[in-house]
Design a protein around this ligand. Structure first.
Ligand SMILES: Cc1cc2nc3c(=O)[nH]c(=O)nc-3n(C[C@H](O)[C@H](O)[C@H](O)COP(=O)(O)OP(=O)(O)OC[C@H]3O[C@@H](n4cnc5c(N)ncnc54)[C@H](O)[C@@H]3O)c2cc1C
Length: 372
């Protein structure tokens, strides 16, 4: 496995790398990271690179470890509803027949990037996030040592949960090379109940959906600047069951049941190059956020387009509602002017974890919250 000199496109947040390595196995990745440790190289991991400009630019960067050759399904144990997948595999390429990895794939994203960013989509409501679906992991630590945790048994409880730690670590703790996931059966039928609800009636409508006992897989909203809020509820299951539950919801919300999701369902509301904010609030407060937003009213995870001037107000509204607001992506001129993360209560603990895994601060330095 050879390293190559970095080319024009090998930058992260505008910072150019010197080298790129493309390991094809955990062993090769271990050799790369051992060499990088010896030479004190700053490393950023690149999956599909689809969202590498998100977060802050690295303080320094020598080596991009690209996972595109670290791809493919290692195992699909259908009887156990388990799969082992290499980190560079594109989520959209996964096909388990009558079973599914219930992560809403983002365009182009890899398994490693999805786990490292703990991204979630509409169906998080029923299936959970990557963190919930991940039951085992293989990582290469910044010093080159390989570590494994969890296993191929759903009820496996490992003492030290490396999987939970690496989920959402944004490449700051090491390189994920393989993930073990639990799978779910592909539902036989799906239906989206869509309705338009006046903003002042949204809280009541969402409470009614929650109380209707229709077991939705997703409850999404798209709230424009003014006018009614679009609501879309995804129902999955047997054809008859879905039809029944859809009819009950249509009665409740006055909408229609359709077989395809609306175009906005699961899509980021900000334009390319725009400022994207992620808000999390308690379910009862979703309807109280007084600006245009889109996302999961079922889990309280919502997304909004912002400007440098509007971020603080959005964060104040989320905080007043008992939640948080994080700027996911922003062009450099905005990034320099706003606090991307806002207050982070667990920062001291996160710093201690970082110190344990990457005492040299070589992995994605400065990319994460608190300059981690
Ligand atoms: C700071 C940040 C916050 C984000 N928050 C959200 C969010 O809340 N919700 C959402 O839907 N999407 C979020 N995203 C987008 C998310 O990154 C992408 O949807 C998805 O990760 C794209 O996968 P990718 O393969 O293109 O990864 P990339 O864009 O190449 O990488 C994404 C992140 O994961 C790291 N990474 C990639 N592969 C590995 C690996 N094998 N081992 C260790 N680390 C790895 C990268 O260094 C980078 O930090 C966020 C992205 C970033 C950078």
């Amino acid at each position: 496995m050879s390293w190559r000199a970095a080319g024009d496109g090998d930058t992260v947040g505008g910072v150019p790398a010197r080298y790129v390595a493309e390991p094809a196995s955990t062993e090769e990745a271990s050799a790369v990271l051992t060499a990088a440790a010896t030479d004190d190289l700053a490393v950023v991991i690149r999956g599909a690179g689809s969202k590498l400009d998100w977060g802050l630019p690295p303080r320094r960067l020598d080596l991009i470890v690209d996972t595109s050759r670290l791809a493919g399904v290692v195992e699909h144990a259908a009887g156990d509803l388990i799969t082992v997948v290499r980190a560079g595999t594109r989520t959209a390429d996964l096909d388990f027949g009558s079973q599914q990895l219930a992560l809403d794939p983002r365009p182009g994203a890899t398994i490693g990037g999805t786990v490292a960013a703990n991204t979630s989509g509409p169906r998080r409501l029923l299936y959970g996030t990557a963190r919930d679906l991940l039951i085992g992991i293989t990582v290469v630590r910044p010093d080159g040592r390989v570590a494994r945790a969890g296993g191929k048994v759903v009820k496996n409880v490992a003492g030290y949960d490396l999987g939970k730690l690496f989920t959402g670590s944004y490449g700051t703790l090491g390189l994920i090379t393989e993930c073990v996931f639990r799978l779910h059966p592909v539902p036989r039928a799906r239906s989206w109940v869509t309705a338009r609800v006046p903003a002042e009636e949204l809280a009541g409508a969402l409470a009614a959906i929650r109380g209707a006992q229709v077991v939705p897989s997703a409850v999404e909203i798209d709230r424009p600047e003014r006018g009614p809020v679009a609501v879309a509820v995804l129902l999955e299951g047997t054809a008859e069951g879905v039809q029944d539950r859809a009819a009950r919801l249509v009665e409740l919300l006055g909408g229609t049941a359709v077989t395809e999701p609306p175009g906005w369902f699961g899509a980021d509301p900000w334009p390319a190059g725009g400022v994207g904010v992620k808000l999390t609030v308690p379910l009862s407060k979703v309807a109280k956020l007084p600006f245009p937003l889109r996302g999961s009213a079922g889990t309280g995870v919502l997304y909004a387009t912002a400007t440098a001037e509007s971020v603080a107000g959005m964060r104040a509204a989320a905080t007043a509602a008992g939640g948080y607001a994080v700027v996911l992506t922003a062009p450099p001129e905005v990034r320099d002017r706003v606090d991307m993360w806002g207050p982070v209560p667990a920062l001291a603990l996160m710093r201690r974890v970082k110190e344990q895994f990457d005492p040299g601060h070589r992995f994605a330095p400065g990319r994460f919250v608190g300059g981690i």
